[in-house]
Design a binder for this molecule. Structure first.
Ligand code: URA
Length: 262
């Protein structure tokens, strides 16, 4: 028998913790029954990965990503990507969506359950709030481009691992190079810290215009955090005002696009 892999062990641990907390009465795992957990441990792989082999495509290399001629071709690479293990547990890749010539690119952390089900970014409750926040600065969802640092859902919404970020970042870089936005909005500490390569707290990063690969970046709270802390909606709106002023040409940072495009 193969030793159980890390994912199967984590699933089993969660199962046991939940069973204990429910005094042996309930199983609340999102995607696995008790039998599947046991089968996964016995087979040395997690239940979600049972069909992993059939979904693996040819290796996608960084030069292939960097040379993708347009967003559609890049999206096809994501669909066949096996640069990290998340393709084994995801239901759908979540490449991103929106206007290919958007002035604003919104970057979140990673797809959640609803996004994994539909293959579209920010379609759950947090997505609804994101749409309203964007509208509050005159940006209908369709006018911007929305994506995440990771293109696949981490199992049980766990934090992305550094190797997953490293494997997926070339896609984000290429998305930005193809779209050439005037402003990037990093929603939440994870997106902000990843783009800006810093460990600083979100609070220290807000209120300024930063850079990612030459593009101006404005940092604000993640809509999911706003659902838990409505008091942060006002500060978020204030951050988004920086974006509005940049788009209106009355805040520094935006002129760089012309410089970049020559
Ligand atoms: N949270 C994110 O960071 N991205 C999504 O697409 C959905 C929720």
């Amino acid at each position: 028998m193969n030793p159980p892999d890390a994912e199967a062990r984590a699933l089993a641990r969660t199962f046991l913790e939940q069973t204990l907390s429910a005094e042996g009465n309930a199983l609340m795992l999102e995607h696995a029954t008790r039998e599947e957990v046991v089968r996964g441990l016995a087979a040395g792989r997690s239940p979600a990965r049972a069909d992993a082999g059939t979904r693996r495509g040819p290796a996608v290399t960084e030069p292939m990503i960097a040379e993708a001629p347009e967003l559609e071709a890049l999206s096809a690479l994501v669909a066949s990507c096996s640069r990290c293990t998340l393709h084994e547990s995801r239901k759908n890749p979540v490449f991103g969506e929106g206007a290919a010539d958007a002035r604003v690119v919104c970057v979140g952390e990673a797809p959640g359950a609803r996004e994994d089900d539909t293959g579209r970014p920010f379609v759950g409750r947090a997505g609804g709030l994101l749409d309203r926040l964007l509208l509050s600065i005159g940006l209908p969802r369709k006018s911007v481009y929305i994506c995440n640092v990771l293109k696949s859902r981490p199992p049980r919404n766990r934090d992305p691992l550094p190797e997953e970020v490293a494997a997926c970042s070339p896609y984000l870089l290429r998305q930005l190079a193809l779209i050439e936005p005037e402003v990037i909005i990093a929603f939440g500490a994870f997106a902000a810290r990843t783009l800006l390569e810093t460990k600083s707290a979100l609070g220290r990063l807000r209120g300024a215009v930063h850079r990612y690969s030459g593009y101006p970046v404005v940092v604000t709270y993640h809509p999911a955090a706003l659902l838990r802390n409505p008091g942060w909606i006002r500060p978020t709106w204030e951050d988004l005002q920086i974006v509005r002023r940049m788009l209106d040409g009355v805040e520094a940072g935006i002129g760089d696009r012309e410089a970049r495009l020559g």
